[in-house]
Design a protein around this ligand. Sequence first.
Ligand code: SD4
Length: 330
Amino acid sequence: MSSRRKFIRRSILSSFAVAVTGLKSCIGANSANTEETTKKISVKSVPVVISTWNNQKANEKAWSIIEKGGRAIDAVEEGVNLVEADPDDQSVGYGGRPDRDGNVTLDACIMDESGNAGSVCFLQKIKHPVSVARKVMEDTPHVILAGAGALKFALSVGFKEEDLLTPRSRKEWEEWKMKSDYKPLINIENHDTIGMLALDQAGNISGACTTSGLGYKMQGRVGDSPIIGAGLYIDNEIGGATATGMGEAVLKSVGSFLVVELMRQGKTPNDACKEAVMRIIRKQEYKDLQVGYLAINKAGETGSFSIHPGFVYAVNKQTKTQIEDASSYL
Ligand code: SD4
């Protein structure tokens, strides 16, 4: 049997194997018949990989793992690793824009289908913060390690120290210092953070998020991306969500957790992302800031929404990666 046919067959088989305890909320049933509903209905799980912005290669990498029957957690880690290593992506990992003092400081987190989570923030000199986050998740009793402690841990488990400031990012920072004008531009400067969600053939969901944060931020600033519930949240009974854009707005609304909880209450991924954006819009001045959410549910349905137009995302539900425009409030 061709590997494509095997893949389709496995996907169909897994769709019947998934019984979702949280399903009653997905379909709006009341609590009295929860058990019955759970027994009778199973979700048809269609494998999917989705990630923020135009990260086609990262999606292709992740999809190649899903397609072979691999785990979602491996797919998201290896997918975002590609972007972390790319010197041309100035919002993530190697080549990321530095803070205003010239330090490249990285934030990342990862979460698996069992609700395990790992995170690093304000980590310097390590090219793959998401892989350090996975080690935190798997090898320590903690969820978040920060700064010098995160670096010490990374070195102790075999990561190597590297200078992450590329000549291009250094040159731009030197130019920025002439004026020191701190005003992130929507969709242009500072926005390429990768948040990735995957649903594998076994019906399991995992996610990862990694960034160098806002360019020219204050030293020590940590954004939403490494914070479980803000930049990323997974609940394998319901779905997953990730965020990009102005981290302060996402942090204050615990955005990704909110999106997943809204899906638990019965909203589609799209409507859940929209409502999470509306929470920001109702509470603060939003004209000068961009926030975008992506979500998937247990069935593999996807959704997205942003404040401003221009937020794009990469999605695989079939072999070819599509780059799509998110709907937006403005
Ligand atoms: C942060 N949310 O550090 C990140 C930035 C981002 O695309 O998403 N950029 O606030």
